[in-house]
Ligand binder design. Structure first.
Ligand code: SF4
Ligand code: SF4
Length: 168
C-alpha cells in the first residue's frame, strides 16, 4: 500500500540556504549574474568531454542533416564518462568540434547552439562552481561572463543546476 499523500495545503519544504541566497556585500542582490562574452573558453582548454543523451544526439544529427549513426561516427568518441562530442587540438586549446571561431570575428560561438546538450546549457550553474563563492570566483579565470550581465535568482539557479552536470 502506498504511503498516505500529504494534504495539498501542507507547507512545502524549502531547500537549504546556500551562499548565493545571501545578499551580495556590495550590491545587496541575492542570486548571481552571468552574461556570456562569447570568448569560447568553456568550449576549449584542456582535453575534456561533452556528454549528450540519445535524444540530444538525434537532435544534433538532425540539425547537421546527417544520420544519427554518421553523427556518432564523425563527431563523437567513447570516454570513461560515456560517449562524448570530440574536441580538436587547434593550437589555442582543445576546441569542441562544434566551436566556431570564424563566423563572428573575435568571437567564438556554438554552431549547434539551439541543440547543444544539457551539459552546455547548464553552464556556468554547475555544482562544482556553486559549491562556494570561492569556487565561483576561481572560475572567473576561465569564464569572464561570471558576475556580469543578466541577473539569475536563486530559484532560477537551482532550476538550471538541476539539469545536472558531469562534475556533480
Ligand atoms: S556543443 Fe557547443 S556549447 Fe557545447 S562545448 Fe561544443 S561548442 Fe560549446
Ligand atoms: S567561458 Fe563564459 S564568457 Fe566565455 S564563452 Fe563560455 S560562458 Fe561565455
Amino acid at each position: 500500500m502506498p504511503p498516505p499523500r500529504p494534504p495539498t495545503d501542507a507547507p512545502s519544504e524549502s531547500p537549504p540556504r546556500e551562499w548565493f541566497d545571501e545578499p551580495d556585500r556590495d550590491t545587496g542582490e541575492t542570486g548571481l549574474r552571468f552574461g556570456c562574452t562569447l570568448c569560447g573558453n568553456c568550449c576549449s582548454g584542456p582535453p575534456g568531454y561533452v556528454l549528450f543523451t540519445e535524444a540530444e544526439g538525434r537532435a544534433i544529427a538532425g540539425r547537421l542533416g546527417i544520420t544519427e549513426a554518421e553523427f556518432l561516427e564523425r563527431f563523437t568518441e567513447d570516454t570513461h564518462h560515456g560517449r562524448s562530442i570530440i574536441d580538436i587540438d587547434t593550437g589555442r586549446g582543445y576546441d569542441c568540434v562544434f566551436l566556431d571561431r570564424t563566423t563572428m570575428p573575435g568571437k567564438a560561438v556554438c554552431s549547434i547552439y539551439e541543440d547543444r546538450p544539457e551539459q552546455c546549457r547548464t553552464w556556468p550553474f554547475w555544482n562544482k562552481l556553486l559549491r562556494s563563492r570561492d569556487d565561483w570566483v576561481r572560475a572567473k579565470a576561465t569564464c569572464p561572463g561570471l558576475d556580469q550581465g543578466r541577473h539569475y535568482t536563486p530559484v532560477e539557479i537551482r532550476v538550471i543546476r538541476s539539469g545536472g552536470t558531469p562534475d556533480d
